[in-house]
Ligand binder design. Structure first.
Ligand code: B1M
Length: 213
């Protein structure tokens, strides 16, 4: 019987890890495209749990359980995103900024970059300006990517860009930003080179910054 991917949406929304993993495995076996599974069902479920949280109809433990289910399903899909591209087209680092612990979107973007041929240094969450600067300096990355999911932490992106300038490194690296509260206007105001609102667009923008069509 064909997989009903609405069950994946329901499993992530309800925070049921085992169900999410099992439906994802079925969908892969039936050759459903990973991007369809992620964008049309998994991300949608996370949006819905966020909306319920905002409306006072879900609580932090619900967010945590949904996040756990999303991550479990995403781990299975990761190797399938973008095929087994072994050619490196650029080096980048990515991290969620200081004070912010949200990493699902950031990890999705990192996986897409890897799948599409970038060498990725994933710095994790709660990343300080010092850590970003040290990585740009020591690893000679082409692009520095920052993620923020909170209105209270997005301003830290400017702190990082200012720290790069202070260290004399701003001209050596491109800066990309993303995350739910961030937008194009904010990105330009803080002096970033690019903003994208999803993982696919992030890859396209990064290639453009590298001069690759
Ligand atoms: Co939190 N949380 N959370 N949370 N959480 C939000 C962000 C919130 C919008 C929920 C809400 O109120 N509706 C709200 C923020 C409000 C605001 O600031 N405007 C919120 C809050 C308030 C909080 C706490 C303060 C709650 C509390 O404790 N009272 C707390 C803060 C903790 C902290 O960080 N210091 C908190 C905690 C948590 C959990 C730990 C429980 C959990 C995170 C688990 C984890 O990540 N490991 C969690 C979750 C799961 C969410 C929601 C529900 C889902 C986030 C998510 O994973 N989305 C979120 C509501 C929402 O966003 N609708 C919410 C799916 C993901 C695929 O999308 O991350 O947007 P996203 O990434 C996208 C794009 O944004 C873009 O591409 C990605 C893929 O397409 N993108 C980039 C992201 N980064 C990029 C970087 C790039 C490019 C593109 O670089 C180039």
């Amino acid at each position: 019987m064909e997989t009903n991917l609405n069950q994946l949406y329901d499993a992530i929304l309800a925070g049921k890890l085992e169900d999410a993993v099992s439906v994802t495995n079925q969908a892969i076996a039936e050759s459903v495209a990973p991007q369809t599974i992620i964008n049309d069902y998994m991300v949608k479920a996370m949006e819905e749990i966020g909306a319920r949280f905002e409306a006072g109809k879900a609580y932090v433990p619900n967010l945590l359980m949904s996040a756990r289910a999303m991550k479990g399903a995403l781990d299975i899909l990761k190797p399938l995103i973008g095929g087994d591209n072994k050619v490196t087209i650029g080096k980048l680092c990515i991290g969620t900024v200081f004070g912010d612990l949200h990493d699902i979107g950031k990890n999705l973007v990192a996986s897409m970059f890897e799948g599409c041929g970038f060498e990725v240094i994933n710095l994790g969450v709660n990343v300080t300006a010092d850590k970003f600067v040290e990585t740009v300096k020591n690893e000679k990355v082409d692009i520095l990517c920052m993620s923020a999911l909170l209105t209270t932490t997005m301003n830290y992106m400017k702190t990082v860009i200012d720290a790069l300038k202070e260290a004399g490194l701003r001209d050596q690296v491109k800066v990309m930003v993303g995350g739910a509260p961030v937008n194009e206007k904010f990105a330009m105001e803080i002096g970033a080179d690019a903003y994208t609102d999803n993982a696919n667009a992030a890859v396209v923008a990064a290639k453009k910054l590298m001069g690759i069509n």
